[in-house]
Structure formats: structure tokens, C-alpha cells
Design a protein around this ligand. Structure first.
Ligand code: ADP
Ligand code: MG
Length: 237
């Protein structure tokens, strides 16, 4: 079992950011949370990560009640839109960060970092510093860092949002290939319909804190369940 969200709600003051959301994410799949700005995507992701606690409802991660687990116990990899790499650390040191704080042996860290550099196609750039990398390369370092500790779940909050259109397009295809290799259960937040359609096995369409529809890209495109989904997903005009 991957991730199960059961009737989860979250308010900020009187504002209902997440409203009775239920969904199941199959282990090993890549699911996109798609919706306009303010629809509750990031809040839902933060609830899954344990960075926010739900007002009501339950979250299960691989069969365990996550609301009883600390952020560390949830063992989640997180990448944000503006992921701050440590500027004073090399690419290698950035990727090794989570391993070092877990007191992993030196030789093991080195081989794992080499493996990850290859996985994110940055072999040869390990000794550079973040300022010497392009935006797309930096996000790939952030992904390698998140994957280093072999998380049970990978959460990506608009990871390519700050990059230009061409780079974003390349990274989409790259993320898909990476996922096919690594198979870690991944939730990918985006407000870009095309990105969600291209990258994901399944889509969760959100609006005003609620789930409007869940399905494969084809199901949602061919049979939008609500007027909102139709207008949001429909042919780009
Ligand atoms: P999305 O990621 O879909 O753009 P968010 O989950 O970030 O949406 O936010 C939904 C709404 O919840 C936003 O309009 C925001 O104002 C509100 N919100 C999110 N986080 C907080 C917070 N920590 N405190 C107060 N309001 C918040
Ligand atoms: Mg957001």
C-alpha cells in the first residue's frame, strides 16, 4: 500500500484549505496533484509529509498511521520549487547531507553519491558548487539529495515551476524516465495541465480544497467528471 488519505481536512483561521479529501496512491506510482493556485495542493502535500497536522481525517503511509509518526519516521523525500541547496557545499556534499546526518560510513556515502550523480545525469559535476549550475541542474541535485536516503515516498512541490519552458519540458520527460528506474511512490504538484498529463500515471484534480476527480490522464481528458475539470483540463485555447 502506498499512500492513503482518508477524509482529511485542514483550516487556516476560517479558510478551508483542504476539505474532506480522500485518495489512494498506489505504491510505486507517480501521481500528479493538479489544480489552480490556492486549491490546496501544497497543503495536502505538507499534510502527507507531516509538516502540517490535519484537523480531522487520517493519513496512512505504507500501511502505517502517519499521524502517529514524526516527520523523520515518515521517511519522505521533499523537493520544493525554490529548493535551497546549501550554497557553501559542493554538489557531492549536498547529496550526501541526509546520509551524513544518519552517520553513514564514508565509503558507503561515496558510492551512493556516485550512483545518484549517475542517476540524475550529473556525473562529473560533483565538485561544483550550486552557483556554478543551471537551474535545471540544481533541481536534479535537489532530487538526488531527496532520493539519497531511499525515502518510501517522494513529494515534489512544483519542482520545475521556477525554470523556463524549454528546461521544464526536458525535465518532465527526464522525471518520467527517472521514476521508471527508481519506482518510488511519488506525488508531484503542478498547476500545469500539460505537465501533469505527460508525467503522471494518475491525476488528482483539485479545486477549492476539494478533489474534483481522480483518474488516468486519458480518463480525465476523455470523461471530465465536473464542469470545473472540463474547463481546467479541456483543450488548451
Ligand atoms: P496551492 O498549493 O494549490 O496553490 P496552498 O495549499 O498553498 O494552495 O494554499 C491554499 C490556501 O491556503 C492559500 O490560498 C493560502 O492562503 C492558504 N494557506 C496555506 N498555508 C497557509 C498557512 N500556513 N497559513 C495561512 N493560510 C495558509
Ligand atoms: Mg502550492
Amino acid at each position: 500500500m502506498g499512500i492513503v488519505v482518508e477524509n482529511v481536512s485542514k483550516k487556516f483561521g476560517s479558510f478551508q484549505a483542504v476539505d474532506r479529501v480522500s485518495l489512494e496512491i498506489e505504491s510505486g506510482s507517480l501521481v500528479a496533484l493538479l489544480g489552480p493556485s490556492g486549491s490546496g495542493k501544497s497543503t495536502l502535500l505538507r499534510l502527507i509529509a507531516g509538516l502540517e497536522m490535519p484537523d480531522s481525517g487520517k493519513i496512512w503511509l505504507t500501511g502505517k498511521d502517519a499521524t502517529q509518526q514524526s516527520v523523520q519516521e515518515r521517511n519522505i523525500g521533499f523537493v520544493f520549487q525554490h529548493y535551497a541547496l546549501f550554497k557553501h557545499m559542493s554538489v557531492r556534499e549536498n547529496i550526501a547531507f541526509g546520509l551524513d546526518i544518519r552517520k553513514t560510513g564514508k565509503a558507503k556515502v561515496k558510492s551512493r553519491v556516485n550512483e545518484l550523480l549517475e542517476l540524475v545525469q550529473l556525473t562529473g559535476l560533483g565538485d561544483r558548487y550550486p552557483s556554478q549550475l543551471s537551474g535545471g541542474q540544481r533541481q536534479r541535485v535537489a532530487l538526488a539529495r531527496a532520493l539519497a536516503v531511499q525515502p518510501q515516498v517522494l513529494l515534489l512541490d512544483e519542482p520545475f515551476g521556477a525554470l523556463d519552458a524549454k528546461v521544464r519540458k526536458d525535465l518532465r520527460a527526464w522525471l518520467r524516465r527517472l521514476h521508471d528506474e527508481v519506482h518510488v511512490t511519488t506525488v508531484f504538484v503542478t498547476h500545469d495541465q500539460e505537465e501533469a498529463m505527460e508525467v503522471s500515471d494518475e491525476l488528482v484534480v483539485m479545486n477549492k480544497g476539494k478533489v474534483e476527480q481522480i483518474g488516468t490522464p486519458a480518463q480525465i481528458y476523455d470523461h471530465p467528471a465536473t464542469a470545473f475539470v472540463m474547463s481546467f483540463i479541456g483543450p488548451v485555447n
